[in-house]
Structures are given as C-alpha cells and as structure tokens.
Design a protein around this ligand. Structure first.
Ligand SMILES: [Zn+2]
Length: 402
C-alpha cells in the first residue's frame, strides 16, 4: 500500500506511523526510561508495532538503548531513553535589560546558559543584530544537530504578529518582529515563539503535575515585570490575540499612578523587582540599591527590607485575590526572581491573600513558591520545541514554524 494514500478521513499510513512515533516518544518523555514492553503497555500498541516504530527513531539519533535491567519476574529487558548526545534545543529569553541563551538536551538538561546585558539606548536594529550574532555563535558551537530554536518574549506579546506591544523601560525592544528576523537569518531551523509567563506556566505544570495534579494552575512571575500564565487541564490559555495573562496590568488602585499601558495603578507598578527596589530606597533613605541589596536586607530582617517586602506582598495579594475570584484555580505558583525571598515571603503572601478571600476558597487553594532553581521560561521553551517537534502536540504555544 502506498503510504501516502489517505483513507476517507484523510488519514494516511504515514500519518498513523508518525502518530505512533509521537505516542512512543511522549511515553519516554514522561517516564524517562522504558523497555519496549513497558512502552507497549503504557501506550496500548502491540509490541511488534512499538519495535517497528522505534527502529527509525534510533537510526535518527532520537533515542538510544540505555542498558539492560531486570524487570519483574527476573526477565532482563533492554531499556530505551532519549539520546542526550546528539540533538539540541536552543532557547532564547528576552528581558528588559538583557537576553539569555540556553541549550538543552532532549531530556531537558540545561547545558550552557549565557546572559547578555543590552544597552537599552541601542536602536532596534543594533539590538536585533547583537541578538542574531549571539544566537549564531551558540549555534556554531554545537557539535550535534539543533532540533529547533525557541524564543520567549515578555508581554504584552501579540502572538499572531510576533510583536511585543509594550515593554516598559525598554522601548527599543518594542514592536520588533523578532521571529521574522530570526527566520530570515536561520532558515534551516524551526523557530517557535511564545510569551514568557505562559512558557513558564507550562514548565511549572509539567513539573508539578505529579505532586499536585492541578486542574487549574495560575502561575505568577515576579521579575523585572509581572506576568502570569493560566494552565487549564494541561492546556495553556491564550485569549483571542494571545495576550491573556497580563496580570501585571490589572489595576489594584483606580487612583494609583499612571502606567504606560494606559491603565492606572497596575500591579506591576507595585510588585515587580523594580518597584521593590524603589520602595526599599524610600524606606531606607538610600540613594541607590539593587535587588540583591533588598533581598539581603530582607533575609537579614533589616526594617527597610521587611517593610518593602511586606508592602509588595500586600499589593500582590490584591492582584491575586481578584484573579482567584475570577478564575478559581486550585494551585497558584509564584516564581521568577522574587521566589528567592523564600518561605517567609510565601507566608506573608498567604497571610495577606487568604485574609481577603472567602474561607471556603482560601481553604481549598494551594499557594506555593517555585523551588525548582531553574529558569522556567527557558524550560518552557524546551517543552515548546519538544511538544511541537517530537511529542504529542497537546500544547499549542506561540506560533507554529512555517
Ligand atoms: Zn499597566
């Protein structure tokens, strides 16, 4: 039978075989290492089909036989896993004052994270040239093949145009069509783009699924900006333009200061790292400080450190409560730079948040801090490429490669 002939539903033998390969890779991705027999049991395909589908995956360097292990009843089986030597995923994360590039193996291990500060006075053209040059250097340094490149972009990010609409304090990053530039420069690679907080939310969901089994996960990133991602039953919620999750531009005070988005009293003006440092400077009457100074002051229980973090937690609570009342998540995860404030910060946020919620809601929601110690945005980029290129495309994120 010609493998490309389609049946009445438009499905060809090729489609079925490709689907089987993705099902098998998905099982390996979830479990880490399996024998052919275990894969067959996990995915519900007979062992002969599994063996047939695996052969080309080994030939292509996607998976390898990792060794022999004794299974139940004393029988030995050959185990399989992703080939971590050959294929690489290149992840780019753009932020206000820098961008970073990481390289992942197929198991999601970060191999080489480099952070490149940018001059915010540079023109858009200079920024793009610099970014392309750095990505190019990383690509040149890879021994193996590159499966795909993923770019994480701060919001508000118009997914359909691949454009940042607003990045406060970094106006030259705005309205740049990064992805077109990247695709022109690197036409040989599939390139994916996504909103950073949504990517991080996806990574968090993958990480915490087995621990909490959340139905609705709200991830809130507290960094140079404030963003969020909502994952409902494993699917990232995008909104009609892809700009959903802009919790940072939700007002917590209608008489508050003007924000560049057009709204007033936006949460980002109170709960970002920038806002925290400014508040600390007021509390301590010092002229200059950076995030590390504030974090140290907080951990050393200095009054200005405690007061500025408490104020941030109070403001954040107002934003969280509106979202919790609206969305009814069962798990809220706080991550990014401010997660380094640690357990006492989490307790502060809980105290202020739960005090504003109906007890029935407060008693049934888990509020946790991301403790993974990895860059979740980069990890989300890894998941985005894996989902689109190799696994079951359960997650739609950003723009599909052409
Ligand atoms: Zn705003």
């Amino acid at each position: 039978m010609n493998k490309s002939v389609r049946n009445a539903l438009g499905v060809s033998l090729d489609d079925v075989q490709n689907h089987n390969k993705r099902v098998i890779l998905n099982a390996l991705h979830k479990s880490g290492s399996c024998s052919r027999k275990e894969i067959s049991q996990l995915v519900g395909l007979d062992q002969a089909t599994v063996t047939r589908a695996i052969k080309p995956l080994i030939e292509k360097g996607l998976i390898v036989e990792t060794g022999v292990r004794k299974a139940a009843r004393g029988r030995s089986s050959i185990y399989l896993g992703f080939n971590t030597e050959h294929l690489r995923i290149v992840s780019v994360r753009i932020q206000r004052t820098n961008f970073s590039i990481d390289v992942y193996d197929l198991n999601g291990a970060s191999l080489n994270n480099v952070i490149k500060p940018i001059n915010t006075e540079d023109s858009s053209e200079q920024l793009i040239d610099y970014l392309i040059q750095q990505v190019s250097n990383v690509l040149d340094a890879q021994d193996g093949e590159v499966l795909g490149i993923a770019v994480a972009i701060p919001g508000p990010f118009l997914e359909q145009d691949n454009k940042i609409i607003l990045m406060t304090d970094a106006k030259n990053w705005q309205h740049i069509d990064f992805i077109s530039h990247m695709r022109n420069q690197f036409p040989e690679y599939p390139i994916y783009a996504g909103h950073d907080a949504k990517l991080a939310a996806l990574a968090v969901w993958r990480q915490l699924q087995s621990t909490y089994d959340p139905s609705v996960l709200l991830y809130v990133s507290l960094g140079q900006g404030v963003g969020s991602g909502l994952v409902i039953e494993g699917q990232v919620y995008h909104g009609s333009l892809g700009t959903a999750g802009e919790i940072g531009h939700m007002s917590i005070d209608f008489q508050g200061p003007q924000c560049k988005c057009g709204n007033v009293g936006c949460l980002e003006l109170y709960s970002s790292t920038t806002a925290l440092v400014e508040r600390y400077k007021q509390e301590s009457s010092v002229e200059s400080a950076d995030l590390q100074v504030v974090v140290d002051a907080y951990h050393n229980t200095e009054p200005a450190g405690l007061a500025s973090v408490d104020y941030l937690a109070k403001c954040l609570a107002h934003g969280l409560v509106s979202n919790i009342n609206q969305l009814n998540p069962d798990l809220v995860v706080i991550g990014d730079e401010l997660s380094q404030l640690g357990a006492t910060f989490l307790e502060l946020v809980k105290k202020h948040t739960f005090g504003l919620l109906l007890p029935e809601l407060a008693n049934n929601i888990r509020l946790v801090l991301d403790e993974s110690n990895e860059d979740l945005v980069h990890k989300g980029n890894y998941h985005n490429v894996m989902s689109n290129e190799l696994l079951l495309p359960l997650v739609r994120l950003g723009i599909k490669a052409p």
